[in-house]
Design a protein around this ligand. Structure first.
Ligand SMILES: Cc1cc2nc3c(=O)[nH]c(=O)nc-3n(C[C@H](O)[C@H](O)[C@H](O)COP(=O)(O)O)c2cc1C
Length: 216
C-alpha cells in the first residue's frame, strides 16, 4: 500500500475548537467558533485567529481590536457547534447557548464567556489578509481561569476541565495521559528503577531533571 498525494489543503489536526467572544465599540457582543488559532510567541504571549471577512464577528474584531479566546469543554460541544454554524446577525448566541457575559480584566469592549474554564484576553496587533481568511495577530493581555479547577495545592488542573478537540470535521475529547513534557530525557527515580528491577524501591528520590518548561 502506497501513499496518496492530495492537492494542498488543511490537514493540520487536531486543533482546539475555541469560542471567540468579541464586541463592537457600542457594546454589541457576539461569539464565533474558531479552529484556525494558535500560539505564536511565548514572551510576549501572542496568539492568532484567522477569520473570514464575511463573518458577522469580523467587523467587531476589526473595530474594537479586541477578542477573547474561550477554551471549550465536552459539556459545551453543542454550544461550540452552534456558535460555528449560526450567525450573530440572525440570533443572540449568548441567549441561545445560555452563556453569561463576564468582564474581561484588561479589555474595554470584548466580554469573556463566564462558563468557559479559560479566557484568553487579546488585543490585536496586526491583521494579515492572507486570502480566504484574515489573520489577527494579537497580544495576550490577561488570562482568566476558573477557580473550580484548582486542586488543594492551588495548581490549575487544565486537563481535568474536559477540553474539546476538533479533528478532521469531528469533535473529540482528550484521551488518556501518555507522558509529560520532557519525560523522555528525565532520569528515572531510584524508586522507579527499583520497581522495574523488582526491588523494593524504598529509597525513592526524584532526580533533578528539568521540567523542560523553558523550551516552550
Ligand atoms: C469547528 C468549527 C471551526 C470553525 N473555525 C473557523 C475559523 O477558524 N475561522 C472562521 O472564520 N470561521 C470558522 N468557523 C465558522 C464560523 O464559526 C461560522 O461561520 C459562524 O457562524 C460565524 O459566526 P458570526 O457570523 O456570528 O460571526 C468554524 C466553525 C466550526 C463549526
Amino acid at each position: 500500500m502506497g501513499k496518496q498525494i492530495w492537492k494542498p489543503g488543511n490537514m493540520l489536526y487536531p486543533l482546539p475548537a475555541v469560542m471567540v467572544s468579541t464586541a463592537d465599540k457600542n457594546g454589541s457582543a457576539n461569539i464565533l467558533t474558531v479552529a484556525w488559532t494558535g500560539t505564536v510567541c511565548t514572551n510576549p504571549a501572542m496568539v492568532y485567529i484567522s477569520v473570514r471577512p464575511e463573518r458577522y464577528s469580523y467587523h467587531m474584531i476589526q473595530e474594537s481590536g479586541e477578542f477573547v479566546i474561550n477554551l471549550t469543554t465536552g459539556e459545551q460541544v453543542r454550544a461550540t457547534d452552534i456558535c460555528g454554524v449560526r450567525s450573530g446577525k440572525d440570533i443572540d448566541k449568548w441567549k441561545e447557548c445560555g452563556f453569561t457575559r463576564g468582564r474581561a480584566s484588561s479589555l474595554q469592549y470584548a466580554p469573556i464567556i463566564a462558563e468557559s474554564p479559560v479566557n484568553i484576553e487579546c488585543k490585536v496587533k496586526s491583521v494579515q489578509e492572507l486570502g480566504s481568511h484574515h489573520m489577527f495577530l494579537a497580544e495576550v493581555t490577561a488570562v482568566q481561569v476558573d477557580e473550580k479547577y484548582m486542586d488543594e495545592t492551588g495548581k490549575f488542573e487544565l486537563n481535568k476541565t474536559g477540553l474539546l478537540v476538533y479533528s478532521h470535521g469531528e469533535y473529540l475529547g482528550l484521551g488518556e495521559k501518555l507522558g509529560t513534557f520532557g519525560y523522555s530525557v528525565r532520569k528515572k527515580s531510584v524508586r522507579a528503577i527499583g520497581r522495574s528491577k523488582g526491588g523494593s524501591g524504598s529509597l525513592g528520590k526524584r532526580s533533578g531533571a528539568k521540567t523542560g518548561k523553558a523550551g516552550r
